[in-house]
Design a protein around this ligand. Structure first.
Ligand code: ADP
Length: 195
C-alpha cells in the first residue's frame, strides 16, 4: 500500500491532478475538505462544528480530521493500491500524527509529497473561477480566500521543510496546462515506484 500526498496552496489544482492520478495508478483519493463538506451536508455533529470554521476560512480541529484519516487507513480495502491524500496533512502537528498513525497501524510511512507550486496571484484567479463552477461557500468572498492563503503560508508551508528533511518532497511547477503538470507528476511517480 502506497501513501502519497498531493500538496499545495488552496486552488493549486490538487483535486484535478488527484482525479488523473486515481485513474492511472488505481489510487483512492482522500480529500479532507470533501469529507468535511459531506459531513456538513448530512448535518452530522462533525458537520455542524466544521461548517462555521470552514466558512470563515479557519482550519477544523486536528482531532476531527485525524479521526477521519484513522478510519480511512484502518478500513482500507486491500484491493486498493494506495492513497492520495489531498488537503491533509495541513499542519506540522497533523504530519507528525500521520507518521505515527502509519507507523503504528501499517508499519509504513509517507511515500512521497507531490507539491504543486503556484503564486498567490494565480491562486486567487483560480479560486474565483472555481467559485463560479462549484459554488463553494468558502470560495465566495475575497476575505475568506485571502485568509486561507495567509493560513496556508503560516501553518501549512512549514510542511515543505518537514518533508524535505525526510527526503519525501517533490516540487512540481503548478502554473502549466493540466496535461503538462500531470506528465511531470507521472515522471516522478515512475522514478519512485519501487520505493
Ligand atoms: P482548498 O482547495 O481551499 O485547499 P479543501 O477542500 O482542501 O480546499 O478544504 C476546505 C476547508 O476544509 C479548509 O479551508 C479547512 O477549513 C477545512 N479542512 C480541510 N482539510 C483540513 C485539515 N487537514 N485540517 C483542518 N481543516 C481542514
Amino acid at each position: 500500500m502506497k501513501y502519497y500526498i498531493i500538496f499545495g496552496p488552496p486552488g493549486a489544482g490538487k483535486g484535478t491532478q488527484s482525479s488523473l492520478l486515481v485513474e492511472k495508478y488505481k489510487l483512492k483519493h482522500i480529500s479532507t475538505g470533501h469529507l468535511l463538506r459531506e459531513e456538513i451536508e448530512k448535518m452530522s455533529e462533525v458537520g455542524i462544528i466544521a461548517k462555521g470554521l470552514i466558512e470563515k476560512g479557519s482550519f477544523v480541529d486536528d482531532s476531527i480530521v485525524l479521526e477521519m484519516i484513522r478510519k480511512v487507513i484502518c478500513e482500507a480495502d486491500p484491493s486498493v493500491m494506495g492513497f492520495i491524500f489531498d488537503g491533509f496533512p495541513r499542519t506540522i502537528s497533523q504530519a507528525k500524527a500521520f507518521d505515527q498513525l502509519l507507523q503504528f497501524h501499517k508499519k509504513r510511512s509517507v511515500n512521497a509529497v507531490l507539491s504543486l507550486e503556484v503564486d498567490d496571484s494565480l491562486i486567487v484567479e483560480r479560486i474565483n473561477k472555481r467559485a463560479e463552477i462549484e459554488g463553494r461557500r468558502d470560495d465566495s468572498s475575497i476575505e475568506t480566500i485571502l485568509c486561507r492563503i495567509q493560513t496556508y503560508h503560516k501553518k501549512t508551508e512549514p510542511l515543505i521543510v518537514y518533508y524535505k528533511e525526510r527526503g519525501k518532497y517533490f516540487p512540481i511547477k503548478g502554473d502549466l496546462p493540466v496535461e503538462d503538470i500531470f506528465k511531470n507528476i507521472c515522471q516522478i511517480m515512475e522514478s519512485i515506484k519501487n520505493e
